[in-house]
Design a protein around this ligand. Structure first.
Ligand code: C2G
Length: 448
C-alpha cells in the first residue's frame, strides 16, 4: 500500500485545492492531509486566513479524497510525520518547488503542477471570495510580489500582462501563471490589478484598469503629478473601487507601531524628522539611465517622504530641493528640506551616493531612532534627556514585506476600510504633489 501525505491551509476552499487533493490521492492508496492550525499559519507569516480550522478540515473531508486528516502545528512537523506515518510519497503544489527536497532522503517528493486558472464560475458556485490578481509589468518588484502573495489567503495570481510577448511569456513560465499580451483578454480573466510597470506608465494603466471595473494596487510612485492623483482617486470613488499606492513601509506592522509611539506624545512635540535611504546602483541600470523618469528621487523619494508626511502632515510652508546630478543630468543624490510652522524635516535619497540610512524623529522630550533598514521597520529606540533611559521596541517584518500591503488591499476590497489610515488618499496626493514639484524643478515634466 502506497501512503501519501500533503499539507495546506485550504482556506476559502477552491478549485486549486480540489485538483491538488485529487491528484495527491491518485499517487497512491492512502492519503493523509495535514491542515495547518491558525497558530502555525501565524508563525509562518500567512495573513488573512478566513475560515476556522474546523471549516477547513470539513472542506478537505468533503472532497472524499482524504483517508485521514491531521493537523499541522509547527515547522519541522513534516519531517517527523513522514517517519511516524510510514509515508512513501510527500506531495505539494509546484509553487513550493525545491522547498521540500530535504524530505527526499526519507520518501519520494512530488511537486504537482499548480492550478493556474481559478475560474469565476466555480467561485460563484462555492460562494467563495478569492480575488484573482493580474499583474502588469514583469520587473524585479513583480518577481517579489508573487511569493509574497502566496502568504495572503484569499488571493490567487492569475496572470501577467506585458505588451512585449516574450517578457510576458518568460515571466509567466517561471511563475506558472498565464501570460497576456492583450489587455482586454487580461481584464476578462482577473478581478484585481497590481501595477508594477515603469513609473511613467502607471497613470494610463490605473485608468484603464478602473475603467474595466478593477480595484488597483499600484507601485510607488503611483503618479508624478498632483492632478493625476486627484483625478484617479475621484474616479475610483465614483465607481466604488479601491485604489491604493503600494509603499510597503506604510503597511508594515513595525512602522505602524513607530508612528503610534511618535504621535502619542512620549517624545513631546515633534520638531524635526530626518529620513535617509540610499543605495548604490550600477551606472547602466534603468534607474540611472532613464533620463526623464529615473534618478534617486523618483526611485526612493516615496520612502523618505512617507514618515515626514505621516508625522508632520501635508501643510508645509516651504519646500526646497537640492540635488547632485550625474553626467546625463539625472539626480544621483537628492535632499528635500521642509519647513513647517513649528518643525523642520529633511528627506534624503541617493543612488550614486551612499550614506547612513536612518530615520530620526526629534521631539521636545526625546527622540526616536530607527537604523537601516528603517523602511522595513523591525527595531527602534526611544531616547530621553537622560542617556541611560532608553526604551527598545521590536516587531516582526516577514519576508519581503509586500504581504502586508496585499493583505490591507484585500481587506479594503472586502469592505474593511479601516486600513485606509495607513496611507490615505490625501497622503498619496501629497506625495504626487512633491514628486511633481521635483520633476518641474528638474524641468523633466516639460521635456516630455
Ligand atoms: N494549490 C494549487 N493551485 C493553486 C493554489 C494552491 O495547486 N492555485 C496547492 C498548493 O500548492 C498546496 C495546496 O494547494 O499544495 C494547499 O494550498 P494552501 O492552502 O495555499 O496551503 P499552502 O500555504 O500552500 O501550504 O505546511 C503547509 C504547506 O507547506 C503548504
Amino acid at each position: 500500500m502506497t501512503r501519501v501525505i500533503t499539507y495546506g491551509t485550504f482556506d476559502l476552499f477552491h478549485e486549486g485545492h480540489y485538483r491538488l487533493l485529487k491528484r495527491a490521492k491518485a499517487l497512491g492508496d492512502y492519503l493523509i492531509v495535514g491542515v495547518t492550525t491558525e497558530a502555525y499559519d501565524k508563525t509562518r507569516g500567512k495573513l488573512n486566513v478566513v475560515d476556522s480550522l474546523m471549516t477547513r478540515i470539513e472542506n478537505v473531508k468533503k472532497t472524499g479524497f482524504a483517508d485521514e486528516v491531521i493537523i499541522e502545528e509547527a515547522a519541522g512537523q513534516k519531517f517527523n510525520d513522514v517517519k511516524k506515518f510510514h509515508i512513501d510519497i510527500f506531495t505539494v503544489g509546484s509553487d513550493w518547488i525545491g522547498k521540500f527536497d530535504y524530505l527526499s532522503d526519507y520518501c519520494k517528493v512530488v511537486y504537482l503542477e499548480r492550478t493556474k486558472n481559478i475560474s469565476s464560475t466555480m467561485l460563484r458556485e462555492k460562494n467563495s471570495h478569492i480575488q484573482r490578481i493580474g499583474i502588469i509589468g514583469t520587473g524585479r518588484i513583480a518577481e517579489r510580489f508573487i511569493p509574497e502573495s502566496k502568504l495572503v489567503s484569499g488571493v490567487s495570481i492569475q496572470g501577467v500582462y506585458n505588451p512585449h510577448k516574450e517578457s510576458a511569456t518568460r515571466f509567466a513560465e517561471r511563475w506558472e501563471i498565464n501570460a497576456y499580451e492583450d489587455l482586454e483578454e487580461f481584464y476578462d480573466a482577473i478581478d484585481i490589478v497590481y501595477i508594477a510597470s515603469p513609473h511613467e506608465t502607471h497613470y494610463r494603466y490605473i485608468k484603464s484598469a478602473m475603467e474595466h471595473g478593477k480595484h488597483v494596487l499600484c507601485e510607488k510612485p503611483m503618479v508624478l503629478e498632483r492632478k493625476q492623483a486627484e483625478e484617479l482617486f475621484q474616479y475610483a470613488k465614483s465607481r466604488g473601487l479601491i485604489l491604493l499606492e503600494g509603499i510597503k513601509t506604510a503597511y508594515c506592522p513595525g512602522f505602524a507601531k513607530l508612528l503610534g509611539i511618535a504621535c502619542s506624545g512620549t517624545i513631546g512635540n515633534i520638531r524635526n524628522v530626518e529620513a535617509c535611504f540610499t543605495k548604490l546602483e550600477k551606472p547602466d541600470s534603468r534607474e540611472l539611465t532613464n533620463t526623464c523618469y529615473g534618478g534617486s528621487f523618483t526611485e526612493l523619494g516615496s520612502y523618505v517622504l512617507l514618515p515626514i508626511l505621516k508625522l508632520l502632515g501635508k501643510d508645509f510652508e516651504d519646500i526646497r530641493f537640492d540635488s547632485i546630478q550625474g553626467e546625463n543630468g539625472l539626480d544621483l543624490f537628492t535632499k528635500v528640506s521642509f519647513k513647517y510652522p513649528a518643525a523642520i524635516a529633511t528627506a534624503t535619497c541617493g543612488l550614486g551616493v551612499k550614506s547612513e540610512g536612518r530615520l530620526l524623529i526629534a521631539g521636545s522630550k526625546g527622540y526616536i531612532v530607527v537604523e537601516a533598514p528603517w523602511w522595513k521597520t523591525t527595531y527602534f529606540e526611544v531616547h530621553y534627556g537622560n542617556a541611560n533611559e532608553v526604551e527598545k521596541y521590536s516587531e516582526r517584518f516577514l519576508g519581503d514585506g509586500l504581504r502586508y500591503e496585499i493583505s490591507d488591499f484585500l481587506s479594503m476590497i472586502n469592505g474593511a476600510n479601516q486600513s485606509d489610515f495607513k496611507l490615505t488618499r490625501g497622503e498619496s496626493v501629497a506625495l504626487a504633489d512633491v514628486m511633481e514639484r521635483f520633476m518641474r524643478k528638474e524641468k523633466r515634466l516639460e521635456s516630455r
